[in-house]
Write a new protein. Sequence first.
Lengths: 206, 95
Amino acid sequence: MSEGHPHEEIRQERSPYAARIRAMETLLVEKGVLTEAEIQDRIEYMESRSPANGAKLVARAWTDPAFKERLLSDAKAAARELGLDPTHEAELIVMENMPDTHNLIVCTLCSCYPRAILGRPPDWYKSFEYRSRAVREPRAVMREFGFEPPEGVEVAVHDSTADARYMVLPMRPSATEDMSEEELAALVTRDALIGVSVPRAQSRAA
Amino acid sequence: MAFAPGDRVRVRPAEKPGHVRTPGYLKGCPGWIEGVLGRFPNPEDLAYGLSGIPEKKLYRVGFRQTDLWDGYDGPASDLLYADIYEHWLAPEGEA
């Protein structure tokens, strides 16, 4: 960045992976397997999903106990109630953090993630390091994210190995009684929805 | 082989080449049936363009972390859950 060449070619354009993906894309279009429009639709679909959707679900669950029950029993139906589109062939399961249980999500086999709700996972979620260490030493991993479960809290790791995708419902932080649903949603980070961290009331307090 | 929540199971220590949905670190490990997720086309066949039929029953299986790792750095109450297809599970005493 210090060089400051605004028109410099984007680094990813030169990577062998990007070149390979472009070659595959070109071949698929040439052979009529996919159209450019279908590829563009798919990109737009993914770009339209973000952790803000998960935050919206969490904030509603914090303020509406009946909604929370529905979110925990049928997460896709609950998402539709809020105007989200959770359509995906895999199940969607929300795991609730409790005073005595903290949940952490990983996919050791690849990078399964509730994309229909949250969009693309962060790069670290797909790294070999996270995928191997989250199951082997979840507490050390969380410490590196700045979170240590309080004494007496059990850690439950969920390895998304098959046809279910997992999202964490964090606990509502204390001293947030006066906050609106929108303000509460702003406390819910992507990391908290994966479980490597928890929402903190102070982080956004004015 | 059908299982019910609470049943003690063991992940089969089988070797199967190619696309499998049972991670190696769980093979041979004891656990219990936490829940039943339903039936799904077998992803280990879908990956090769096959139909995935007959569908396979998928279970949420719970494990104690201390049963998975030597020298696990955390309380004995820490748990791990994974979703395991029926053909990878056996009653705990049999596998």
